[in-house]
Design a protein around this ligand. Structure first.
Ligand SMILES: [Cu+2]
Length: 146
């Protein structure tokens, strides 16, 4: 840029309009190529979200004494549900939905990814921790099947 401006000042007549036209041409090209680039970026971002986002990527449920957070889950009937159980408490916990899933125990500080098939009947299903006493102490939640 500094060079161009210097040339224009010293060679006044012909050089200036040519340089200017060249610059205009260049910015026109830039203006044309920018939307293409951002469209490509947007496409990439969209794809990434679709793959890793809420729908397919699953939900993380944190477990502690004596609760699940969040304590609600929603799924479509028959849908494959992926849940990451993260134990942020100081005791072992698990994740159970009667006749649907019984996870392994998750040690404190550990995470476990589980996959289960949502019931084919819409309705509300309780999930709970089956470690003795925990369910009674409030370690329960609700899976809503739509
Ligand atoms: Cu528990």
């Amino acid at each position: 840029m500094a060079e161009t401006r210097g040339a224009r000042l010293s060679e006044k007549s012909l050089a200036a309009p040519l340089t200017r036209r060249a610059l205009l041409h260049r910015s026109a090209l830039l203006a044309l190529s920018l939307p293409v680039v951002s469209a490509a970026l947007a496409a990439c971002g969209g794809g990434g979200n679709g793959g890793g986002g809420g729908e397919g990527g699953g939900t993380t449920i944190r477990m502690s004494e004596y609760q699940f957070s969040p304590n609600t889950l929603t799924a479509s009937a028959g849908q494959e549900v992926k849940v990451t159980l993260r134990n942020e408490g100081s005791l072992e916990h698990d994740f159970v939905i009667d006749n649907v899933i019984t996870s392994d125990l998750v040690a404190p500080g550990k995470s476990l990814e589980v996959t289960f098939t949502a019931p084919s009947q819409p309705g509300q299903y309780e999930f709970y921790c089956s470690v003795p006493g925990h369910r009674e102490l409030g370690m329960v939640g609700t899976l809503t099947v739509q």
